[in-house]
Design a protein around this ligand. Structure first.
Ligand SMILES: *[C@@H]1O[C@H](CO)[C@@H](O)[C@H](O)[C@H]1NC(C)=O
Ligand SMILES: *[C@@H]1O[C@H](CO)[C@@H](O)[C@H](O)[C@H]1NC(C)=O
Ligand SMILES: *[C@@H]1O[C@H](CO)[C@@H](O)[C@H](O)[C@H]1NC(C)=O
Ligand SMILES: *[C@@H]1O[C@H](CO)[C@@H](O)[C@H](O)[C@H]1NC(C)=O
Ligand SMILES: *[C@@H]1O[C@H](CO)[C@@H](O)[C@H](O)[C@H]1NC(C)=O
Ligand SMILES: *[C@@H]1O[C@H](CO)[C@@H](O)[C@H](O)[C@H]1NC(C)=O
Ligand SMILES: *[C@@H]1O[C@H](CO)[C@@H](O)[C@H](O)[C@H]1NC(C)=O
Ligand SMILES: *[C@@H]1O[C@H](CO)[C@@H](O)[C@H](O)[C@H]1NC(C)=O
Ligand SMILES: *[C@@H]1O[C@H](CO)[C@@H](O)[C@H](O)[C@H]1NC(C)=O
Length: 638
């Protein structure tokens, strides 16, 4: 053996033995060790106790660290906040150390959901960590920008930076991440425009099968292999228009850009066959304008679409009828005009249709009645001039939520509802021109949870059948001309109501029943602007879930009951414009959550009990009484 060969053998032995030694001891390379220790030193507190056990050199055996067995290099750091195996949420408080970039073989970095982790994404991440495939830094407390160098991570497949305080704009270099499948940047403070280069994240891998000898089919998976499937930029501060290049995202399935400041028109698709897998599209809460392009009907995989709260106008294209997979369509709060196209009847999978607050006109196409899976229909606040509820509507056997507020419905509450087979849970006919009585058959809608008949001209009593409905939770009858007693609402065996608004009617009696029955889960009670007389019963003190109580502008006369002090969840208490007399009970000082109080225009007297929250309210809270004094009014005379 000659000398040189000996040297080589020796060298190989050292390499092999070094690797074997590190394998045996679980040690990792020294750069990796330094990177891990740097990361650990940035963390002041770790409730999981995982980092406390990171001692010595055997880093390949540390919890949350994975090494490659052959090279002993660290390839994964898995320290998510939620420990899956026992669903345990942990905390790490500290700074994300830039020394993490010393781990140059890292493929997966998962620090998701550690809400106490601050700092920035290391600027040089793209230059130093070329093997990264998955970067999960979501749900932290990171600030600063997405580094430009992120575009230099050729193997990156998943980038999840959502739910941080990341600012700056999206670097256009992101368009070079040829393997990116999922880009989640939602719920940050990212501004600027959406880079045109995002349209490069496609599977247009120059796939030329022409003049080749490939036998059989090109595997389908090739098309899916290297292309963006999920893009979520929602809840940021992005402006400008949606880049037309997105139309090239051949594999996109989830596209969320809602709740930003985007403007301009919806640019896709430009022709049939584009975005063939797009299933979930959210563009709501932006400033988008223009029409829904007729080509929209080419997006045949769409399941859920939300365009609400934009400035989109024009007629709904009849091509919408081609979206056979559509289950949910949200179009509310735009300026859509004209009629609903008849083709809507082809959307046989549709469960939810919300077109409220637009400029849609009469007539409604009867084809809607073929939507036999429809559960929610909201056509409220359109100039529909419906006059009556179309009888075919109640033949939709799955319909459980009907909102036809502000649709110009006239006359009596239509009888067609009486015989419906639909399992109606929510019925909103508010803001119409309904007159006459609340029919007692309403009590046969046995699944009713919400009834909103507010702002009509109904002038009957409240039928007893209504207040005995087993699931009734929300009852809004405000601003009608209803008369008689409110006692039936309270004096029942049911305990389901949480929201009761009977304000602005002509009710004259029944306050003595409040708290007498089982109706004790009430959180909101508004009886203001009626003709209610009498004294408040002490059973009122049993409504211990109540947040908001408004009895203002009635003819109630009594002392302010001491037991009101038991309603410690109260945030709003309005008793103004009655004939309450006597002193303000000192127990009111226990109402620590009170944010709004109005006792004005009664006949109260004596000293305002001193202390929070009572003395923090303005003078107007107490004005117009017989003789109240003390802070915030003038001092009492001795
Ligand atoms: C590496 O070693 C660990 C533990 O010895 C073993 O569980 C794992 O399967 C190995 N991985 C590979 C890729 O060989
Ligand atoms: C996030 O960081 C800010 C300071 O940058 C700090 O005030 C805040 O409490 C942190 N939030 C959490 C949840 O740790
Ligand atoms: C990426 O997109 C930009 C802007 O659309 C374009 O100029 C560039 O040529 C694209 N790069 C590649 C590699 O396709
Ligand atoms: C889509 O990709 C093709 C091929 O790369 C390109 O020619 C076209 O300009 C792209 N379209 C848009 C709107 O970016
Ligand atoms: C329809 O959308 C509007 C606005 O987004 C919303 O307020 C309303 O609750 C929705 N209707 C139903 C029945 O969910
Ligand atoms: C619908 O009703 C409104 C107000 O009631 C009225 O101004 C409008 O002319 C009516 N439109 C039609 C088409 O009848
Ligand atoms: C009833 O409908 C009106 C609008 O017509 C709305 O302002 C009110 O909040 C609704 N009530 C409930 C309890 O949802
Ligand atoms: C109670 O109803 C009246 C009249 O409808 C309204 O002005 C008032 O704001 C309501 N009070 C509360 C606390 O919501
Ligand atoms: C409701 O009360 C007002 C004021 O007392 C009265 O003018 C009106 O006629 C009453 N309306 C009905 C329908 O009883």
């Amino acid at each position: 053996m000659n000398y040189e060969l000996l040297q080589i053998v020796a060298l190989l032995t050292v390499i092999a033995f070094g690797g074997a030694l590190r394998k045996a001891t679980g040690a990792c390379g020294s750069d990796d060790l330094e990177g891990l220790m740097g990361f650990k030193n940035g963390i002041q507190m770790d409730t999981s106790g995982r980092l406390a056990k990171w001692v010595g050199r055997s880093c390949c055996e540390w919890e949350g660290v994975v090494c490659d067995n052959a090279t002993t290099r660290v390839t994964q750091i898995n320290l998510p906040g939620l420990i899956e195996k026992d669903l345990f949420q942990t905390q790490m408080v500290g700074q994300l150390s830039p020394s993490i970039t010393l781990l140059t073989s890292l493929e997966i970095l998962d620090l998701g959901g550690l809400v106490g982790l601050t700092g920035t994404i290391p600027q040089t991440i793209g230059l130093q960590m070329p093997n990264l495939q998955k970067l999960y830094l979501y749900g932290n407390n990171l600030t600063g920008p997405v580094p430009e160098s992120i575009g230099d991570l050729p193997r990156l497949q998943e980038l999840a930076l959502h739910e941080n305080k990341i600012s700056g704009s999206i670097p256009s270099t992101i368009g070079s991440l040829k393997k990116l499948k999922s880009l989640l940047l939602y719920s940050n403070q990212i501004s600027g425009t959406i880079p045109f280069s995002l349209g490069n994240l496609t599977n247009l891998v120059e796939l030329d099968v022409h003049d080749n000898a490939i036998m059989g089919q090109v595997p389908n998976s090739i098309g899916q292999m290297q292309a963006l499937e999920k893009l979520d930029l929602s809840s940021n501060m992005l402006s400008g228009s949606i880049p037309s290049s997105l139309t090239n995202l051949t594999a996109i399935s989830v596209l969320y850009m809602d709740t930003n400041y985007l403007e301009g028109t919806i640019p896709f698709p430009s022709r049939s066959g584009e975005m063939p897998s797009l299933g979930f599209l959210r563009l709501h809460n932006n400033h988008l304008s223009g029409n829904i392009p007729p080509s929209f009907g080419y997006l045949v995989s769409l399941k859920r679409v939300s365009l609400s709260n934009n400035k989109i106008e024009g007629a709904l294209p009849s091509s919408l009828g081609n979206l056979h997979s559509l289950t949910e369509l949200y179009l509310s709060d735009n300026s859509f005009s004209g009629q609903i196209p008849k083709s809507i009847g082809q959307l046989s999978q549709l469960i939810m249709l919300n077109i409220s607050s637009n400029l849609i006109e009469w007539p409604l196409p009867q084809e809607i009645s073929s939507l036999q899976n429809l559960q929610t229909l909201d056509l409220s606040f359109n100039p529909l001039n419906l006059s009556s509820i179309p009888p075919w509507l109640t033949s939709i056997s799955s319909l459980s939520r009907i909102s036809l507020a502000g649709c110009g419905i006239k006359g009596q509450i239509p009888d067609s509802l009486q015989t419906t087979q639909s399992p109606i849970q929510e019925l909103d006919l508010s803001g119409n021109l309904l007159s006459g009585s609340i029919p007692s058959w309403i009590g046969s809608l046995s699944q009713l949870y919400l009834l909103n008949l507010s702002s009509n001209s109904l002038d009957s009593h409240i039928p007893e059948s209504l207040t005995n409905l087993p699931d009734l939770g929300v009852l809004d009858l405000h601003s009608n001309k209803l008369t008689g007693s409110i006692a039936g609402v309270f004096d029942t065996e049911q305990g389901t109501l949480t929201y009761i608004d009977l304000s602005d009617n002509n009710f004259s009696s029944g306050v003595e029943a409040i708290g007498v029955g089982e109706q004790l889960n009430i959180q909101y009670l508004n009886l203001s602007h009626n003709l209610l007389k009498g004294t408040l019963p002490s059973s009122l003190g049993k409504l211990n879930s109540i947040h908001s109580l408004d009895l203002s502008f009635n003819e109630l006369a009594s002392n302010l009951p001491e037991m009101l002090a038991k309603l410690t969840l109260l945030e709003r208490l309005k008793l103004q414009g009655n004939h309450f007399s006597g002193k303000i009970p000192s127990g009111f000082l226990k109402l620590k959550k009170l944010k709004e109080l109005d006792l004005s225009d009664n006949v109260l007297e004596g000293e305002i009990p001193e202390g929070k929250p009572l003395t923090d309210f303005p003078g107007s809270t107490y004005s117009g009484n017989k003789g109240l004094c003390g802070k915030p009014l003038n001092p009492c005379k001795e």
